[in-house]
Design a protein around this ligand. Structure first.
Ligand code: FAD
Length: 290
């Protein structure tokens, strides 16, 4: 099912994300993970593509596993910073062969110590989106950044670029993680004012260990509110307590979002179906509520 249709059909959706293994020998374990995730019946499962600048040989495989084996719509990420136009065409062909119609089109992180872009590469996600659109009949999503993308001059400039992405054919957006819902609400007003009216899926990251918190600072630059830092500091030495607190924090963010009319939520599950399951369990009545 096309994700744009799914978001229109349902007022509230919760989706999950997983990242593929680097080695083919770990695929069997990854298939088990997809099965576990699918049992939670998320609205869709997204599968990342070579995060931090690489490519991925297994994204299509796992997206196929989610959708065609386990019956949950899949969203395959595709980045262009580490792939040339030929590789992109190859992945699009593979997606078509597996009837996978949903793509999250991204520039990706620029790999270190390389010239970017080379003549046979796309500069921005908007160019990749145009290419996918020309290829035909995919439902295309893109990324957005409630605190502004780290390379952008300002949040306003970033939103102008986001508008280009939507005009290029992006039918929905998924946000970078954020830990203070007010940041998202402010961003949504600004985006709407610029005429960005496609559905925005709020990306929520349950932080369940100290290492993750350090990575968030380094990778996304997301603002970590005092309340959040205190939680991590207080329970840092007790992994079970921190996990429970992280699940509670993410749950609270999600029900506040739903109560304020932001009905589409994506959980950055970090390949942890138990964490996603605990959050969904906490929200069971809220998700049923009309
Ligand atoms: P773009 O939309 O191209 O934007 C990148 C920068 O360029 C921004 O500063 C923007 O303001 C600017 N810009 C955009 N268009 C123009 C223009 N026309 N002119 C001038 N400036 C412009 N990374 C992975 O490697 N694999 C993944 O699977 C992955 N999944 C992600 C999922 C989500 C929901 C999010 C939020 C991020 C994900 N990332 C992933 C990280 C993402 O690839 C990086 O944040 C990357 O640095 C930017 O990608 P983008 O698609 O947002 O780029």
């Amino acid at each position: 099912m096309r994700i744009s249709e799914l978001l229109k059909e349902k007022e509230v959706t919760v989706s999950c994300e997983l990242f593929p293994p680097k080695k083919g020998s770990e695929l069997k374990k990854a298939h088990d993970l997809v099965r576990e995730m699918a049992k939670l019946r998320p609205a869709f499962i997204s599968v990342t593509y070579g995060a931090t600048g690489g490519i991925s040989e297994h994204t299509v495989n796992l997206a196929n596993e989610a959708q065609n084996v386990n019956g949950v719509p899949a969203l395959a990420h595709l980045t262009c910073a580490s792939s040339d136009r030929g590789k992109i065409q190859e992945v699009l062909r593979e997606l078509k062969e597996h009837n996978l119609e949903n793509i999250l089109a991204l520039r990706g992180d620029i790999p270190e110590h390389v010239d970017f872009p080379l003549p046979n590469q796309y500069h921005h996600a908007s160019e990749l989106i145009e290419e996918i659109k020309a290829y035909g009949d995919f439902c295309i999503g893109g990324a957005c950044y409630p605190e502004g993308h780290p390379e952008a001059e300002s949040i306003e400039a970033d939103i102008d670029n986001l508008k280009r992405k939507v005009e290029a054919g992006c039918e929905f957006l998924t946000t970078q993680m954020f830990f203070d819902n007010n940041i998202l609400y402010r961003f949504l007003y600004k985006a709407l004012k610029k005429g960005i009216d496609v559905p925005v899926i709020a990306g929520i990251m349950p932080v369940t260990n100290v290492k993750q918190m350090k990575q968030i600072g380094a990778l996304s630059g997301s603002l970590l509110p005092q309340r959040f830092r205190m939680m991590v500091e207080r329970f840092a030495e007790d992994s079970a307590a921190l996990k429970q607190a992280g699940i509670a924090y993410a749950t609270e963010q999600i029900f506040d979002l739903i109560a304020n009319g932001v009905g589409h939520v994506h959980i950055y599950t970090m390949n942890k179906p138990d964490v996603a399951g605990a959050i969904l369990g906490n929200l069971s009545e809220i998700l049923r509520c009309k």
